[in-house]
Design a protein around this ligand. Structure first.
Ligand SMILES: NC(=O)c1ccc[n+]([C@@H]2O[C@H](COP(=O)([O-])OP(=O)(O)OC[C@H]3O[C@@H](n4cnc5c(N)ncnc54)[C@H](OP(=O)(O)O)[C@@H]3O)[C@@H](O)[C@H]2O)c1
Length: 250
C-alpha cells in the first residue's frame, strides 16, 4: 500500500545508513524524496535505484546548502513539502580530556545547528502542508556513556527541540517526533583507527550488551519513521520513539 502517495519529503543524510533506508521506504510508499549529503556518488547510486528519489550535494552545516535544498523543493516539488527528516549526524568519540573546541563546533554545527536551520527554512512550506518533522536522536540522549559527551549533549538538545516544536506547531496541524535508535549497523560505526578484526570485536561487545543481542538493521528504524509520518500516527506528536532493541529499558 502506498501510504505516502502524493507526498514529498526531504531526508538529510539520505545516502547512507538510516537516512537511506528511510528515503527508500518513503519512496516505496509513494513519496517523492529529496536526499542530501556531501559525497555525490552514494547520492547518485541511491537516486539511480529509485526514480522517486533525487538529490542535492552539500554540507548541511553550510547555510547555502539549506538554501539550495529549499530551491530544489520549489523546482522539483512545486513548493510542496510534507515531510522533513533531520537525519544527518556525526558522533565524535573522545573523553573531555582530549576534546578541542573544534570537536564541539563540528558536532554541534551538524547535530544541532543544521537541524535548527533546516527546520526554520522548511517551516513555511511544512505549515502550509500540515506536515511532519522527524528528528533523529539517539538512545545516548537519555542513557549516557563515557567518551560521547558532545554527541549525547547534542541529541539531548534535539529531543527537547522536538517536544517544544511539537507544542508550538500542534495548532497548525503539524506533528513533530523523534526517533532514538540504539546501535544500528551503519557507517557511523566505522572507526578508521581500528583494524577490521578489532572493529568487529568492538561491535560484538556492544551487541552482547543489547537486550535483543544484536544491532538494528537501518530498515528497522525506517519502519518506525514510515509509521510516524503516516496518518496512522495522526495523534502522535512530541514523542521520542526508542528503537533500540531494549537498551533504553536497562
Ligand atoms: N547508527 C547508529 O547506531 C545510530 C544510533 C543512534 C542514532 N543514530 C543517528 O542516526 C542518524 C543517521 O546515522 P547513520 O548511522 O545512518 O550514519 P551514516 O551511515 O554515517 O550516514 C550519515 C549520512 O549523513 C550524511 N552526512 C554526514 N555529515 C554530513 C554533513 N555535514 N552534511 C550533509 N550530510 C552529511 C552522510 O553522507 P556524506 O558523508 O556523503 O555527507 C550520510 O548520508 C544520525 O543522526 C545518527 O546520530 C545512529
Amino acid at each position: 500500500m502506498e501510504r505516502l502517495a502524493g507526498k514529498t519529503a526531504v531526508v538529510t543524510g539520505g545516502s547512507s545508513g538510516i537516512g537511506r533506508a528511510i528515503a527508500q521506504r518513503f519512496a516505496r510508499e509513494g513519496a517523492r524524496v529529496l536526499i542530501v549529503g556531501r559525497k555525490e556518488q552514494p547520492l547518485q547510486e541511491t537516486a539511480a535505484a529509485d526514480g522517486r528519489i533525487s538529490y542535492v550535494v552539500g554540507d548541511m552545516t553550510r547555510d547555502d546548502t539549506v538554501e539550495r535544498i529549499m530551491d530544489a523543493v520549489q523546482d522539483r516539488f512545486g513548493g510542496q513539502l510534507d515531510i522533513l527528516v533531520n537525519n544527518a549526524g556525526w558522533c565524535p568519540v573522545q573523553p573531555i580530556t582530549e576534546l578541542t573546541i573544534r570537536d564541539y563546533d563540528r558536532a554541534f554545527d551538524l547535530d544541532v545547528r543544521a537541524v535548527v536551520s533546516m527546520t526554520i527554512h522548511a517551516l513555511p512550506l511544512l505549515r502550509k502542508a500540515k506536515g511532519n518533522i522527524i528528528n533523529l536522536s539517539s538512545v545516548g540522549a537519555t542513557h549516557r556513556a563515557a567518551n560521547l559527551s558532545m554527541y549525547v549533549g547534542a541529541k539531548a538538545a534535539v529531543e527537547n527541540f522536538t517536544r517544544v516544536w511539537a507544542l508550538e506547531l500542534a495548532q497548525d496541524g503539524m506533528r513533530v517526533n523523534a526517533i532514538a535508535p540504539g546501535a544500528a549497523r551503519t557507517n557511523i560505526w566505522n572507526v578508521p583507527s581500528l583494524s577490521p578484526e578489532d572493529a568487529q570485536r568492538h561491535q560484538d561487545g556492544i551487541a552482547a550488551g543489547i537486550p535483543c543481542g544484536r544491532f538494528a538493521a537501518p530498515e528497522e528504524i525506517a519502519n518506525v519513521a514510515a509509521f510516524l509520518v503516516s496518518d496512522e500516527a495522526s495523534y502522535v506528536t512530541g514523542a521520542v520513539y526508542a528503537v533500540d532493541g531494549g537498551s533504553g529499558a536497562l
